[in-house]
Ligand binder design. Structure first.
Ligand SMILES: [Zn+2]
Length: 290
């Protein structure tokens, strides 16, 4: 079995002509041999509005394929009063009651340790909602920000020990390596993974940090230095989640490289069968209590 921890539906801006609905997503999943997918919302956050899909859209689309599509909700940290003590509990309670199992993806252009983000993270834990974050560096118009070495993420992990943070995005994955240059933090760096990376250090230190393998950034991190990528998968097999981040605009040719890569891992026995099964679906089942 394979569970895609990071999938999308939605209408793509600015033209809004292309629509990826639940039926189309299911067709792709059948092609790829993926049994279940977590469907993430984006457009509660204005910076995420390039893909028009808010929690209501996600809930509606997922309701057509119960048990196969798992809805995630999204609340912008600035929602309501844009205040660091805003009470999100009524909204979270409603979303959980309607079937949401996680939150994300969170990509406002804010510092990850902004007090409004910390407030959201802390409240998510009370409703057992793991939070998928997207870390990006300037000048992109979206994505949570952090300094080199990810001190802001570390502060989040320390301040919100009950909250499961699921890392994702180019800046997160660039920090799999030590000595990351500023230009590498916003791109897909090539070449060997150097020792001292923030991501392995934080994954080792904090039980509440997990990561999904989705998107070009996840694929790049695992393949730029093949031997180190395999070692990373084996080492952190209990905290990694397979995901695609499939989105029509980015994948017009329908090629999502992480899928072929992940299947090759099993076919060629490049990682242990136990590690593969955990990353493919067991970790997601455990984390989301499916
Ligand atoms: Zn995404």
């Amino acid at each position: 079995m394979i569970i895609d921890f990071h999938a999308h539906i939605g209408r793509i801006h600015p033209e809004r002509k292309e629509l990826l609905d639940a039926s189309q997503l299911m067709t792709r999943m059948e092609e790829w041999g993926i049994e279940k997918a977590c469907v993430l919302a984006l457009s509660e956050t204005p910076e995420g509005d390039y893909l028009e899909a808010d929690t209501e859209d996600v809930l509606r689309e997922c309701s057509h394929f119960p048990g196969r599509l798992i809805p995630f909700c999204l609340i912008d940290p600035r929602f309501g009063l844009n205040h660091p003590s805003m009470n999100f509990a009524p909204l979270m309670e409603e979303y959980v009651a309607r079937g949401c199992r996680g939150m994300g993806e969170l990509l406002p252009k804010m510092a990850i340790d902004d007090c409004r983000c910390l407030n959201l993270f802390q409240q998510a834990a009370r409703f057992n909602l793991p939070v998928v974050i997207d870390l990006h560096s300037r000048p992109l118009s979206y994505g949570l920000e952090d300094a080199p070495g990810l001190p802001g993420l570390e502060k989040v992990l320390q301040s919100c020990p009950e909250t499961i943070i699921v890392g994702h995005g180019p800046t997160f994955w660039a920090e799999i390596s030590g000595s990351v240059s500023p230009s590498e933090r916003g791109s897909y760096p090539r070449g060997p993974i150097k020792p001292g990376g923030a991501v392995p250090r934080l994954l080792k230190t904090y039980p509440n940090l997990w990561a999904d393998l989705s998107a070009g950034s996840g694929y790049n991190a695992l393949t730029r230095d093949p031997a180190a990528g395999l070692e990373f998968l084996e080492t952190f097999q209990d905290k990694l989640l397979f995901g695609t981040d499939y989105c029509l605009r980015r994948h017009t040719d329908r090629e999502v490289k992480i899928i072929g890569f992940f299947k090759t891992l099993r076919a060629k026995k490049l990682i242990s069968p136990e590690a593969w099964e955990k990353i493919a679906w067991k970790n997601a089942v455990k984390l989301l209590k499916l």
